[in-house]
Design a protein around this ligand. Sequence first.
Ligand code: HPA
Length: 251
Amino acid sequence: MTTSTDTIDLAVIGGTGLYALADLENPEAHQPPTPYGALSGPVRVGTFAGRRVAFLARHGEGHSVPPHKINYRANLAAFKALGATRVLALNTVGGITERFGPRVLACPDQLIDYTWGRISTLCEEPGTEVLHVDFGEPYTRSLRAAVVAAAARGGVPLVDGGCYGATQGPRLETRAEIARMRRDGCDLVGMTGMPEAGLARELGLDYACLAIVANWAAGAGPDPDEVITLQDVLDNVAAASAGLPALLRAL
Ligand code: HPA
């Protein structure tokens, strides 16, 4: 049985289309109580490539929790309670700029938060200490470097860098919204990158994002009239995820 004194080498959060970690051996399910309430589902802790790895499906294992209803605080606090210090977030995203077409894997180095109305801090409750964490570099440099190096070692193509724009969802964006995000400097758009990254920083967890491009964002691809379907999203995530086991193994 894993307790908070056991070390978890890596905690992985799966996004849309990624509800389990293949090859996680002897997984045990944990759902530790947290000060923030219930998690999206069980944290599965097992052995992957000889290391203790934890996996949690961010939207629940049956994809029943929409982005604005995810209890990001509880999910990350549970990882911490189980002894994790490094979190790799897998995020399904749309691509906005040229290098980020469907089926690309990317490890962004910046983000812009367009979400609203989500609990985005540990200091929400009256009486809690107010934290003003540094967030100039929102992803942990050493973990990003490890992800980029692992991709190279595992022979998995990965774009190093890019700016992730976090939108509210669950609807996809209008073409005007994506045009604005492009002007703002966003390369990728997703619905779950924030407040997760900010909360990880407040909790003192190392955190990096591995973005999986599922589609061109609205109006961003070669066919400006393209309609984005869930099936396209899931097909592209499945195809792009083919390289994930090799990358994770190398990591
Ligand atoms: N926009 C926001 N989130 C997404 C998209 C998108 O186009 N594709 C997958 N997640």
